[in-house]
Ligand binder design. Structure first.
Ligand SMILES: Cc1cc2nc3c(=O)[nH]c(=O)nc-3n(C[C@H](O)[C@H](O)[C@H](O)COP(=O)(O)O)c2cc1C
Length: 350
């Protein structure tokens, strides 16, 4: 065998070994960590920051198909993607298969790496009109929507994010996953709660594991719910064998969680947490980019939910937090952040 052939064969085997799975054309070369889609959180600026810290897959905030087909400016803007953040999926929701297909085609024009259908949002005004997790009460309609969207965007992988079921007595995810796969989705993300649980109690990963280990299933299964530390990520990966882990709330104000989890999964060692200077720099950067993308007022307001976590652990921090979340002037916020950097400069995060 010539060196050239040997080299190519070795490269192919290496790629096969390290490539855990693909979703359409998206290749993941290490154990993937996904940033969960979160309304008012996962805008371009936050996605960009999570990407810098090693998130392997990102999603837009959910986008209402009904608003999209009416071309509502604010909704169309939410679909904006930057090449530097890829791979990114656009997430849409709704209950009308025709409008969902139309919305998917509009989203497809922006060339997302995938289109995700939200079948898990528990918010009352959404779920009770049959959108989001409301579809868990009407699985036939959910399948109809999936088929319509898959047919509408033949060149883009379609995925679904959902929950275990509507309530304790209707945890339908195992048979539902098979139907979703048969309808043409390329990956399934499951949050281990029912709609009725909202965000209460503890996420139950048992059924996520059952879906993953169902011999009929061959698409990637992404586990989601309550992963808030490297150890928890390792436990869920090892115990349930999911193809990827999706992290939501634990990334808010703590975007470095992706780096920390990756390092722990790869080495078994917990890396040190970012120091205060890095946190101050990041908070300023996020404020600036958030205002650039969302507009001054919205960007500044949405940034408020991140500060507590950025500086979690600092003693007697409450007065600073209060100032950060009430101050309307970004220049003053920046000077408060500088002051925090100065006052606590010797603090070591554990
Ligand atoms: C503020 C907030 C907004 C959310 N918005 C969305 C959304 O737009 N689309 C979606 O599929 N899930 C949404 N979720 C649910 C998350 O994606 C995720 O499934 C849930 O938070 C559980 O994961 P976690 O325990 O890692 O946070 C949202 C959750 C939160 C806390």
């Amino acid at each position: 065998m010539s060196f050239d052939v040997f080299f190519k064969k070795s490269l192919f085997l290496c790629e096969k070994f390290f490539q855990m799975f693909t979703i359409g054309d998206i290749k993941f070369n290490r154990y993937p960590l996904f940033l969960a889609p979160m309304e008012d959180v996962t805008d371009v600026s936050f996605r960009h920051i999570c990407k810098m810290y090693g998130a392997d897959m990102l999603y837009t905030e959910f986008i209402a198909s009904e608003a999209l087909v009416r071309n509502i400016d604010k909704t169309v803007k939410k679909m904006h993607l930057e090449d530097s953040e890829r791979p990114t999926g656009i997430q849409i929701y709704g209950h009308d298969p025709v409008h969902m297909a139309e919305a998917a085609q509009m989203a497809a024009e922006l060339k997302p790496d995938l289109i995700d259908i939200n079948c898990g949002c528990p918010v009352k005004k959404i779920a009770t009109r049959g959108d989001g997790a409301g579809l868990l009460q009407n699985p036939d309609l959910m399948i109809q929507i999936v088929k319509a969207v898959v047919a509408a965007v033949p060149n883009i992988p379609v995925t679904v994010k959902t929950r275990l079921g509507w309530d304790e007595n209707s945890k339908i995810i195992v048979p539902l996953a098979e139907r979703l796969q048969d309808a043409g989705i390329k990956a399934l993300a499951i949050h281990g709660r029912t709609r009725m649980q909202l965000y209460k109690g503890e996420a139950d990963w048992t059924l996520i594991g059952e879906v993953k280990n169902n011999p009929r299933m061959h698409i990637p299964i992404i586990g989601n719910g309550d992963v808030d530390s490297p150890q928890k990520a390792a436990e869920m990966r090892n115990r349930y064998g999911v193809d990827a882990i999706m992290i939501g709330r634990a990334a808010v104000g703590c975007p470095w969680i992706f780096k920390t989890v990756h390092e722990y999964l790869e080495t078994g060692v917990l890396p040190p947490k970012p120091d205060l200077a890095e946190r101050v720099r990041l908070a300023k950067y996020q404020l600036e980019t958030s205002m650039n993308w969302k507009g001054d007022i919205r960007g500044l307001l949405e940034m408020r939910r991140h500060y507590s976590q950025y500086f979690k652990g600092l003693p007697d921090f409450k007065p600073y937090r209060m100032r950060l979340v009430t101050e309307p002037d970004p220049a003053v916020i920046n000077s408060i952040l500088d002051e925090i950097g100065e006052v606590y400069k010797d603090y070591q995060f554990e």
